[in-house]
Design a protein around this ligand. Structure first.
Ligand code: ZN
Length: 112
């Protein structure tokens, strides 16, 4: 199984729990495609510099099939970053099940 085989369903499930029918802010359609792998944005240091290799914010890209508008969603906010493992590991990668729903045993453990 490829590393991100489960990424799109995991993002779709996490988004569905929060925004059941997301509408494109430009064209008002609801024809989203989730990019099949995570994307990242470099993060500025507080000094204003961007380091290379940069610290990066892991994101899911939602692309409107109708107008091309692209929304970037934080994988951290969607609960898709694994806690207490290597930074940047994405839940849904490597065939792991989708992230647990809020209030589940898994999300309760992450606060420990
Ligand atoms: Zn659109």
């Amino acid at each position: 199984m490829a590393p991100f085989d489960n990424f799109v369903p995991a993002v779709a499930q996490a988004l569905q729990q929060r925004v059941p029918k997301p509408e494109c802010p430009l064209c008002k359609q609801s024809q989203w495609v989730i990019n099949d792998v995570p994307v990242s944005a470099p993060v500025f240091e507080k000094t204003g510099e961007v380091k290379f290799p940069a610290t990066a914010m892991p994101l899911a890209a939602l692309i409107c099939r109708h107008c091309g508008y692209t929304a970037l969603l934080s994988l951290g906010a969607l609960g898709m970053l694994r806690q207490n493992t290597n930074a940047g590991q994405v839940a849904g990668a490597g065939g792991t099940p989708p992230p647990a729903a809020p209030g589940s045993a898994e999300s309760a453990r992450s606060g420990a």
